[in-house]
Design a protein around this ligand. Structure first.
Ligand code: PMP
Length: 477
């Protein structure tokens, strides 16, 4: 196939691809031409360690997943109005990992489609429209979802908050409204959940109707890798149901065994959502997603008499791929692996936090970890400059991380599940070095500015360094 130079690719992209489709590392974007396991390779053959691609769940181009897709593509691909084994076997598999009542599946093509359908199901079932979502949450790019995604509608150029949308505080006990510095750990979940109760009561009082649904990720990713307090969802579900609403768990980012202990992150809270949505990791990069719900909710949708048809949703190729991803997670023990490597990652981050005051908090579960970068541990003021510096410098070192959260100061680590302890060592040794470098540069900057001398440029270190496999362990740095 014709291979364009990076400059040609950029020029064509500039001309023909909508500029709002943004690239990672906009100043000098990466051109990735192939990938394997937890590594991505650019056009020069340089390897990058991928710490952000939770979509390539069982590893980029997993051979059995690729084979399953190829085999099915050479045999048949058509829509799900014909009987086919792949879709029913996939549905059986998904529902076998869920609470008993969640037994009906609708297959779609993306996380956004899944959440949009979840909203439709909720509206049909409850007859209500008012939605409650979390501050800084993201649930997809469709209009219906931008409306409930504070992360997007609240931007300066965003569409703003619609009348049927209600935003509850992010249940963040580190930096949120109810912090562990001022409240007992055991009361924080209830305090945040009470806000949902108040929202429900307000809707009932002012509008005279119940609510439609509460939607949240079971671990909040765009909000900054936030782990809600243990009893939060239990309390919230109680209030929402009392107000006639249903509860939707968005597992698009955090499902499919990423947290290790459970298949789905909601399972750790001992709650039963009415609808669960999944996507991303389900197809290991292939577009396939799913909505799982109860018979009661699915039947109410049926009773509208409006048929649900989705041309590509649940096609034999997508389902062959999803089944192969399931196989890989099970046969290659990725959940156990996520537990072991995830614990090692968290421990290593804690050790790093002892060496760097700018690490205010380390949180996570399995292979879903966040490092909260602060200016000062006491005030917990976020340091997005430092986080941005780390992001760029890690890229120079050929390690891909991302940053997120309301203040863009949370380093996110959510790699393919094939990530190893050696990878952890490499990431943290490099991060240790970069944080030292940042501190050093900042000190020079401070000294120089106080003497009114030429200041050091700490915004980016342009020097390119090829990625080296590190043998050091974080324990010994
Ligand atoms: N829900 C969550 C939590 C997501 O993170 C995303 C995508 N980042 C979506 C839904 C939407 O998924 P998609 O991009 O596949 O439409």
């Amino acid at each position: 196939m014709l291979q364009l130079s990076k400059e040609e690719t950029l020029a064509l992209r500039d001309k023909h691809i909508g500029k709002s489709c943004q690239l990672f590392f906009r100043k000098d974007p990466l051109k990735i031409v192939r990938a394997k396991g937890q590594y991505m390779y650019d056009e020069r053959g340089d390897a990058y360690l991928d710490c952000i691609n939770n979509v390539a769940h069982v590893g980029h181009c997993h051979p059995k997943v690729v084979q399953a897709g190829c085999d099915q593509m050479t045999t048949l691909n058509t829509n799900n109005r014909f009987l086919h084994d792949n879709i029913v076997l996939c549905a059986k598999r998904i529902t076998s990992t869920m609470p008993e009542n969640l037994k009906v599946c609708f297959f779609v093509n993306s996380g956004s489609e899944a959440n949009d359908l979840a909203l439709r199901l909720a509206q049909t079932y409850t007859g209500n429209k008012d939605m409650i979502a979390l501050e800084h949450a993201y649930h997809g790019h469709l209009t219906s979802l931008i409306d409930i995604s504070h992360y997007k509608f609240n931007l300066p150029g965003g569409v703003g908050q619609k009348e049927h949308v209600h935003v509850a505080s992010l249940p963040d006990s580190y930096r949120g409204k109810y912090r562990d510095t001022h409240y007992k750990k055991e009361e924080i979940g209830k305090l945040y959940a009470n806000e949902i109760k108040e929202i429900c009561e307000k809707i009932q009082k002012e509008k005279g109707n119940g609510i439609c649904a509460f939607i949240a990720e079971s671990l909040v990713s765009c909000g900054g890798q936030v782990i809600p307090p243990k009893d939060y969802f239990k309390e919230v579900y109680k209030h929402v149901r009392a107000a006639g609403g249903i509860c939707i768990a968005d597992e698009v980012q955090v499902g499919f065994g990423r947290i290790g202990k459970h298949w789905w992150a909601f399972q750790q809270y001992d709650v039963e959502p009415d609808i669960v949505t999944m996507g991303k990791s389900m197809g290991n990069g292939h577009p396939v997603a799913c909505v799982v719900t109860t018979e009661e909710i699915a039947d109410s949708f049926l009773r509208t008499g409006v048929e649900y048809f989705n041309t590509y949703g649940g096609n034999p190729v997508s389902c062959a791929i999803a089944n192969a991803v399931f196989d890989a997670v099970e046969k290659e023990n990725f959940r156990e692996h996520a537990l072991v490597v995830g614990e090692y990652l968290l421990d290593s981050c804690q050790i790093l936090a002892k060496r760097h005051k700018c690490i205010g908090d380390v949180r996570g579960m399995g292979l879903f970890v966040g490092i909260d970068v602060v200016q000062d541990r006491l005030s917990r003021v976020p340091d997005n400059k430092c986080a941005q510096y780390v992001l760029q410098r890690m890229r120079d070192e050929h390690i891909l991380i991302s940053i997120d959260g309301p203040h863009s100061n949370i380093i996110k680590i959510k790699p393919p599940m094939v990530f190893t302890k050696e990878n952890v060592d490499e990431v943290l040794t490099t991060l240790d070095r970069i944080l030292k470098e940042y501190r050093h540069n900042t000190e020079i900057y401070t000294i120089n500015s106080s003497r009114h001398k030429k200041t050091a440029d700490i915004s980016s270190n342009k020097e390119h360094r090829p990625r080296k496999q590190s043998k050091d362990k974080i324990k010994s740095i």
